[in-house]
Write a new protein. Structure first.
Length: 172
């Protein structure tokens, strides 16, 4: 099998950043890369601006912070995540990419925007060769089981907890 599945999970800062570092590395080897972001919608953040300058495809399907299920807007987030999964399936099956990053997809599953079984099926059906990266909090045991590499990022200390606001070039 020539499919490599990696997961960056945990409650600490740096899951998406780690996957973007992989995108930079892959770009240095002239690989074809796509990043599909679930639950995010701000395209003006520093890393995305830089990655786009490198010609890396980035598609945001998220709507931002996900409300509780009883909120009428929750259904919009489910629909956005479903659209993201369709985009991901196309990218995974196209043969057009060497690296597919599914940013925040673990969180989308945990918030029940996506069914875990549908995500696993999409990954298993992906054309080969391919590297697939999943990021986000709360990676499930089943996702971890199918992955080749899993890194859990745990917070020891964070500036935000000390009242320091998010900083340009560090958090965005």
């Amino acid at each position: 099998m020539n499919k490599n599945i990696l997961i960056f999970t945990g409650n600490g800062k740096g899951k998406s950043t780690s996957s973007f570092g992989m995108a930079l590395r892959a770009a240095g080897h002239n690989q074809r890369i796509i990043i599909i972001q679930f639950m995010k919608k701000n395209s003006d953040i520093g890393e995305l601006v830089s990655l786009k300058k490198l010609g890396i495809d980035i598609i945001q399907t998220g709507l931002g912070f996900v409300p509780k299920k009883e909120n009428p807007r929750y259904a919009d987030h489910v629909n956005a995540a479903q659209l993201g999964l369709k985009v991901a399936q196309q990218a995974l099956n196209s043969g057009d990419y060497d690296l597919v990053i599914l940013d925040e997809i673990c969180g989308a599953i945990a918030k029940e925007l996506l069914a875990e079984k549908d995500v696993i099926a999409a990954i298993k059906q992906a054309s080969e060769p391919i590297n697939i990266v999943l990021t986000g909090r709360y990676a499930s045991a089943r996702l971890i089981d199918i992955a080749d590499t899993v890194s859990e990022i745990n917070p020891i200390k964070h500036a935000f907890d000390q009242g320091i606001p998010a900083r340009e070039g560090v958090e965005f």
